[in-house]
Design a protein around this ligand. Structure first.
Ligand SMILES: Cc1cc2nc3c(=O)[nH]c(=O)nc-3n(C[C@H](O)[C@H](O)[C@H](O)COP(=O)(O)OP(=O)(O)OC[C@H]3O[C@@H](n4cnc5c(N)ncnc54)[C@H](O)[C@@H]3O)c2cc1C
Length: 175
């Protein structure tokens, strides 16, 4: 498993040592999980090795929070699928997505939904390669020039999250 999922850092992965803050970090290894099961397995290995794990979405953050200081990088960009879609009785639309889906990919997926009504996802930090996981984690918002809130807060738009805990198992949380 380790050989397939966990890659030693090398020249190939140097771009993952920084984000839009331009800070540069250090790490021993990196992974690009494609499923929940893979996330669980990788976290278990890192726990056994007592390695800190830095999660990365789109790496568009400007404060260096996706920059590792050591240990392992788990980059979620390969988990970018829409899992399901439904419209509730009240007319609200619900999408279940993987955390690495970018704003760009999400907009295209919503546009492809064959529904009589048009839907959109309001939270928009203006950088379309930001991921839903990163947007949720930073509670990204967009401000007008006078610092009034332009796009709505993220968290009221997210009703259910699945959270991985250190020992490699998943818990769910209702917002
Ligand atoms: C040109 C530009 C304009 C921007 N404009 C705005 C703006 O208007 N408003 C604003 O709020 N921000 C803005 N940002 C900052 C940035 O786009 C947001 O913070 C965005 O939400 C980060 O998303 P990301 O996927 O790139 O996350 P990353 O940068 O990859 O990660 C950010 C943080 O989220 C954590 N994280 C990422 N994914 C997950 C996950 N699945 N689970 C748990 N933790 C996770 C990371 O560990 C890290 O701590 C801008 C950035 C740029 C470059």
């Amino acid at each position: 498993m380790e050989r397939q999922l966990i890659h030693p850092m090398g020249e190939t992965y140097h771009e993952y040592l920084k984000d839009e803050s331009k800070m540069r970090g250090a790490a021993d290894s990196i992974s690009f999980p494609e499923s929940e099961a893979q996330i669980g397995s990788i976290l278990q290995v890192m726990r056994e090795k007592r390695m800190p794990v830095t999660i990365q979405g789109g790496k568009t953050g400007v404060v260096g929070s996706a920059v590792p200081s050591k240990g392992h990088i788990m980059n979620l960009s390969h988990m970018n699928q829409v899992k399901s879609f439904c419209i509730a009785e009240g007319g609200e639309a619900f999408l279940k997505v993987e955390p690495g889906i970018t704003l760009n990919e999400l907009r295209k997926a919503i546009d492809r939904l064959a529904t009589p009504e048009a839907f959109f996802w309001p939270p928009d930090p203006s950088e379309s390669t930001a991921t839903v996981g990163g947007i949720a984690s930073t509670d990204a918002v967009i401000l007008n020039w006078d610092k009034t809130l332009l796009s709505s807060m993220v968290n009221p738009k997210i009703c259910w999250t699945f959270i991985w805990v250190e020992k490699g198992c998943m818990v769910s949380s209702l917002s």
